[in-house]
Design a protein around this ligand. Structure first.
Ligand code: ADP
Ligand code: MG
Length: 452
């Protein structure tokens, strides 16, 4: 591709023009615009729940946007996108169909006759290295082989645009690496007539190793924060300093407040300013055990560590590490500065404390800094018998989050509340309650206990 013009000058194949998507009261995507251009591999990174899959589905024409427009070769898209095919994280194969039948399925609406459908399906099965497995059923295949079927089915329709939704994230590391390299070959050697690829991934190194252009999504509502140029193709696939530096920068972007991103990235396009947000703090869904593990490890590493090195050290991917970082920051146990995670004095104290000491610190900090936990405790202090049902809170949270996310917020609050012994939750009745030891409850509120 050495002589082709830079991608910014090439025609746009697929355009998302100010796309928004709402479910009920909740805005999932907010004013998202992007172009996919001829010859481009674009990666989309972002926190889980930020609407990346929703955006891909809209681009594939599987669901309509609530506002804005998708244009295909300049024309508004109506219904399913005829020039795009999608590969899903969970493979989405039919268990009762053979490999060949699964691949042919994508061709059913194509107007091709059965002989041509069969010929094309076999060619794609061959292309993805599943020769000899035509008559196997998905359950007889490994995860990697199943995803090969997913790719064969998508490629069978000769799409111009390939939409990949975390295609390797359900696979083990070696299998993922293997398939990633095959995808790179397929693309760079132009072994299929693809013109553009859009890949959602939470694996920052994967994005950097493949993409001409990277988009970083923010959550609540989902929007593009930053657009970055990828590495030059000649260094892209090498795990060297170039890669590491860009991975590092993206970690920084993902953990920095939006106002600071411009200073970090003089060459990047800062797409949208931070929005008003959901009006409610979003709890990261992390277990206290994992958070404790992170803080103790950081303490042993000298209280300060580069985020991408920390991810490598803990063998965590960005989508696992960043929620833990979020939780530590919300609780005042760590700060992020210049791409490093640094323990605060309190964080160091937490890392060294006994279990009871940890609970006491966690209790104080979550009461002071976690809106939802503060709210539950306030309600329990006032409620008759210090019990209250979760439904009212669930409904209130649904003003800000989707019903599934609202339920997850409550689950996380229950977890954290239990650990800190601020309140308990009765799974049978769906009620929060205060758990005073017999006889010590006389008038003392949980806020007072937290201070004690
Ligand atoms: P990501 O792929 O970035 O993890 P998704 O696009 O899957 O995010 O989801 C974004 C948000 O939209 C989530 O909070 C999810 O619960 C919500 N959501 C997705 N699909 C629906 C739906 N059909 N109805 C209601 N909420 C939905
Ligand atoms: Mg998704």
């Amino acid at each position: 591709m050495g002589t082709t013009p830079p991608s910014t000058l090439r025609p746009a194949l697929l355009v998302a023009d100010r796309i928004s998507k709402t479910y009920g009261n909740v805005r999932i995507l907010d004013d998202v615009s992007l172009d996919l251009r001829e010859g481009e591999f674009v990666a989309l990174l972002g926190p889980s729940g930020s609407g990346k899959s929703t955006l891909l589905r809209i681009l594939a024409g599987l669901i309509p946007p609530s506002a804005g427009e998708v244009r295909l070769a300049g024309q508004p898209l109506r219904g399913v996108n005829p020039r795009a095919a999608m590969v899903f994280q969970n493979f989405a194969l039919y268990p009762w169909l053979t490999v060949q039948e699964n691949v042919e399925l994508g061709l059913l609406g194509s107007g091709l006759g059965p002989i041509e459908r069969r010929r094309r399906a076999l060619a794609m099965i061959d292309l993805v290295g599943l020769d000899g497995f035509e008559d196997a059923y998905p359950k007889e295949l490994s995860g990697g082989m199943r995803q090969r079927v997913g790719f064969a089915r998508a490629l069978a329709v000769s799409p111009e645009i390939l939409l990949l939704d975390e295609p390797f994230s359900a696979l083990d590391v070696l299998t993922a690496d293997n398939l990633r390299n095959e995808l790179r070959q397929l693309w760079t050697e132009q072994r299929v007539p693809l013109r553009s690829v859009l890949m959602v991934t939470h694996n920052i190194a994967e994005a950097v190793s493949l993409a001409d252009r990277l988009l970083v999504f923010g959550a609540n509502p989902g929007r593009i924060r930053v657009e970055l140029p990828g590495l030059p193709p000649s260094v892209r696939a090498r795990a060297d300093g170039f890669q590491h530096a860009l991975v590092d920068t993206i970690y920084r972007v993902m953990t920095s407040p939006h106002e600071e991103v411009a200073a970090l990235l003089p060459t990047a396009r800062i797409i949208q300013p931070a929005g008003p947000g959901p009006g409610y703090q979003m709890l990261p869904h992390v277990s206290i055990g994992d958070l404790t593990g992170l803080l103790e490890r950081l303490q042993r590493l000298g209280s300060r560590e580069d985020l991408s090195d920390l991810a490598a050290d803990l063998q965590l991917e960005a989508d696992e590490l960043l929620p833990l970082v979020d939780a530590a920051v919300i609780l005042g146990l760590a700060v992020v500065e210049q791409g490093d995670l640094i323990l605060t004095a309190l964080g160091r104290q937490f890392a060294e404390a006994t279990v009871d000491g940890k609970k006491a610190i966690f209790r104080r900090q979550s009461l002071a800094h976690v809106t939802l936990i503060g709210e539950i405790v306030r309600r329990l202090d006032r409620a008759p018998g210090h019990r209250c049902g979760a439904e009212a809170l669930q409904r209130e949270l649904e003003q800000f989050f989707s019903p599934e996310e609202a339920a997850r917020q409550l689950d996380t609050a229950v977890d954290w509340g239990r650990f800190s012994e601020l309140f308990a939750f009765d799974d049978d009745t769906g009620e929060f309650f205060l758990e005073f030891p017999e006889g010590t409850s006389g008038g003392e509120t949980s806020q007072q206990r937290a201070i004690g």
